[in-house]
Design a binder for this molecule. Structure first.
Ligand code: NDP
Ligand SMILES: O=C(O)C1=N[C@H](C(=O)O)C[C@H](O)C1
Length: 255
């Protein structure tokens, strides 16, 4: 079956990569791509259409899934429209607050919705092992450093928040300290969180565990945004035919 993909935020850093990744995938095609200000542009030969026409494009082009890398408000609007049109929704957008997440969960009652803050397979592996590392090293200090390009809006990154949830799950850590300044000695139970923004760095996440005269660094470095786009396209191919519900990239990798 050919997977028919609609793309939002099509002229953004990730939107462009998604169009290219769909093109590279044997069983997928882009059936429409939208931007809020299309300007007659094409991306990889795909004509970019106006986001104002999103509802009618869903009806006319009958996508199997929409892939979204935009901003939290836009993602919620696109997800709500997909829910009304019975189209699965895959989003890699980050920076959601509780209200945004609630709206996405509402959409997931109507259609399949998959949200992943990071579509790199290496990050999924990191998420799987980080809790175990913390559990194996009781009493060790934990610090998290994430590094991204200078245009990233949200901090800490969505991936960092997911890693922090895994670290906090074992109960030893109760407080996040975002950067340090002045007299601020480290306290028991705190995780230091540091967001670096510079140049065009694609995305790095490092969890440092230190104590007992040793240190363990678990680092993931994305070398190219194509890795995220390829994962999102795999998710779109996987989600076609899934029933309504809330899914994660881990569900895609598990199969
Ligand atoms: N899950 C993952 O693996 C990854 C997730 N991301 C996340 O994807 C999102 C997009 O990242 P990136 O492509 O670098 O961002 P860009 O700013 O390059 O592109 C985002 C595009 O989304 C559209 N958009 C719609 N609403 C908004 C808004 N409120 N603010 C900004 N843009 C908006 C814009 O397109 P237009 O105006 O044309 O509609 C814009 O071009 C971010 O949340 C980022 O954290 C990024 C990389 C990997
Ligand atoms: O904005 C980005 O670029 C990225 N955002 C994601 C996040 O917030 O975790 C994933 C990736 O690191 C790139």
């Amino acid at each position: 079956m050919t997977v028919r993909v609609g793309v939002t935020g099509a002229t953004g850093r990730m939107g462009r990569e998604v169009i290219a990744a769909v093109d590279d995938h044997a069983d997928c095609e882009v059936v429409f791509a939208v931007s809020r200000s299309p300007d007659g542009e094409t991306v990889d030969g795909v004509e970019i259409e106006s986001a104002d026409d999103f509802d009618s494009l869903l009806a006319e082009c009958e996508p199997t899934a929409v892939i979204d890398f935009t901003g939290p408000e836009s993602a919620v609007e696109y997800a709500t429209a997909c829910a009304a049109a019975d189209v699965a929704f895959v989003t890699g957008t980050t920076g959601f607050d509780d209200d945004h997440l609630e709206a996405l969960e509402d959409a997931s009652e109507e259609v399949a919705v998959l949200h992943a803050p990071n579509f790199a397979r290496g990050v999924q592996a990191l998420l799987n092992v980080v809790g175990e590392a913390v559990q194996n090293l009781p009493g060790y200090d934990v610090e998290l450093v994430e590094t991204h390009h200078n245009a990233k809006r949200d901090a800490p990154s969505g991936t960092a928040n997911r890693l922090l949830a895994e670290i906090e799950a074992n109960g030893e850590f109760t407080e996040r300290t975002h950067g340090r300044e002045g007299e601020q000695p480290r306290e028991t139970g705190e995780i230091g969180v540091h967001a670096l923004r510079a140049g065009d760095i694609t995305g790095e996440h490092e969890v440092l565990l230190a104590g007992n005269h040793e240190e363990l660094r678990l680092t993931h470095r994305a070398e190219d945004r194509g890795v995220f786009a390829a994962g999102a396209v795999d998710a779109a191919a996987w989600i076609a035919g899934q029933k309504a519900g809330w899914y994660d990239f881990a569900d895609v990798i598990a199969e």
